[in-house]
Design a protein around this ligand. Structure first.
Ligand code: NAG
Ligand code: NAG
Ligand code: NAG
Ligand code: ZN
Length: 440
């Protein structure tokens, strides 16, 4: 008895040694090690170098057997397009998008270096981009690798795109790509792009982005002695607007606090700077009321917002010329598509892509949370703008939201589950035959 115990114990120790050796072997090539390799490319702003990650992806695509194309609309900012031709290439295709770039990382604030892709004993893989959004870039490929090895044949053509510059607005990336003849020629019926993690056990899915507006309001007024009480100084004119805008902000926030709307479903208006005063080398002049003052606001508008009503509000209430105010608004995106419809993808039975996607996710035993509007923006908006339905989705449940944060990580089991989910989603969407009489 003691002997058999000893034997078992010895075997146990041996198996541990063997597994440690195999997991530290550098020649190992698995979905996890390929994810780690992709995470080690430094594609952070302000100087992302896209050369190395693109050649890695090209290599993967060739091994899997996908056709590849690099499109360079802006020099040194390449777009990589991978294609798996469907058995009926004449019906609209589907696209899976991710971005190549990441925000910077402050290495000294991380518990593991941000480009080491270190995997802890618990299976957490630490790296900038682990959640946002290099996970999906690799999961798409791994899912297709598995589908191909099972002999699956898609009906619709499947494209995967890797685009640069998303983290700085996508203007030299997806914006220009979506506007190109190459993009038009893809004949897309549906697309998927990145989403966000969820600490709970459901996957989140996003059907719209909010549109950012940058608002600057300026007031002018007669200057005067600091001791004088008079009407219509620049500061007074500006402060009247600041109060009105604060009231509007409070009303919107009340809807959120009362649980009527999610944060991303209301118009957020946040002050980002105030500028005024008369400045000399020794500081602000305190006994002068200045002749000019200004304030800057970050606005985020959900797709239901009527842009004309908003523009009128700014023009007549927040910066009215009768109060000697002027303003500039930079609308950093659209609220309506090319047919004048709100820029959002229906998530009900009116959209067959939605139903197929939902069933495909649930077929893996996973649960989907109630569809949401994303509080910030992604490249999806440029595709929705063309009237193409897009869902934002990164299958990360039971995961803290760490995008753009220190110590961004993704657990290996969550990453692997994501591959399974995409296998289900890609095979279902690419098998969709379409509904007669409907252009989808
Ligand atoms: C990007 O990296 C490659 C090596 O991966 C190097 O040859 C190239 O010069 C780099 N490009 C720039 C613009 O730094
Ligand atoms: C606007 O400016 C004009 C000209 O300087 C001045 O007469 C008027 O009182 C100002 N009105 C307000 C509301 O500031
Ligand atoms: C589906 O949702 C859209 C809004 O996204 C709405 O306009 C439409 O009426 C809904 N259709 C059905 C069948 O519920
Ligand atoms: Zn992202």
């Amino acid at each position: 008895m003691a002997l058999s115990h000893l034997l078992l114990y010895t075997l146990f120790i041996f198996s541990i040694i063997i597994s440690i050796q195999s997991s530290s072997s550098s020649s190992e090539d698995t979905p996890i090690t390929r994810f780690q390799q992709y995470l080690r490319f430094i594609t952070t702003h302000p100087n992302p170098n896209y050369t190395a990650p693109i050649s890695f992806l090209l290599n993967q695509a060739q091994t899997i057997g996908l056709t590849t194309r690099t499109i360079e609309i802006v020099s040194n900012k390449p777009i990589l397009l991978l294609t798996w031709l469907g058995s009926n290439p004449n019906i609209p295709s589907i696209l899976f998008n991710s971005h190549l770039d990441s925000v910077p990382a402050e290495s000294d604030k991380w518990i593991h270096p941000p480009f080491s892709a270190h995997r802890t004993i618990n299976g957490n893989i630490y790296a900038r981009g682990a959640q946002d959004d290099k996970c999906i870039g690799v999961q798409y490929l791994e899912a297709i690798r598995n589908l191909k090895s099972r002999g699956f044949v898609p009906l619709r053509t499947i494209h995967i795109s890797y685009v640069p510059e998303e983290e700085i607005g996508g203007f030299d990336g997806m914006m220009k790509f979506a506007d190109s003849s190459e993009f038009r020629d893809l004949n897309l019926g549906f697309a998927m792009d990145e989403g966000q993690a969820n600490p709970g056990d459901e996957f989140r899915v996003f059907y719209a982005d909010r549109t950012p507006w940058e608002l600057v309001i300026k007031a002018k007024g007669a200057p005067g002695h600091g001791a004088k009480l008079y009407d219509n100084s620049a500061m007074e004119n500006l402060m009247k607007s600041v109060e009105l805008i604060s009231k509007f902000r409070e009303t919107q926030f009340d809807f959120v606090k009362a649980g009527r709307f999610a944060n991303s479903e209301v118009i957020s208006v946040n002050p980002v700077y105030l500028k005024g005063g008369t400045v000399t080398s020794s500081g602000f002049v305190m006994n002068m009321q200045p002749s000019e003052a200004e304030a800057g606001y970050d606005l985020r508008l959900p797709p239901m917002t009527d842009p004309d009503v908003m523009r009128k509000r700014i023009d007549e209430e927040w910066a009215p010329s009768i109060r000697n105010m002027t303003y500039t608004v930079k609308e950093k995106g659209m609220l309506r598509d090319h047919l004048g419809r709100p820029l959002m993808t229906p998530t009900n039975d009116s959209n067959p892509w939605w139903s197929i996607f939902k069933q495909a996710v649930e077929a893996t035993g996973a649960k989907l949370a109630k569809p949401e509007i994303l509080a910030s923006t992604t490249d999806s908006r440029f595709i929705r703008n063309l009237g193409i339905p897009v869902l934002g989705f990164s299958p990360m449940s039971n995961t803290p939201i760490l995008l753009h944060d220190h110590n961004e990580f993704l657990e290996d089991t969550v990453f692997m589950k994501g591959i399974e989910v995409y296998e289900s989603v890609i095979s279902a969407l690419s098998s969709f035959e379409g509904v007669s009489g409907q252009v989808i």
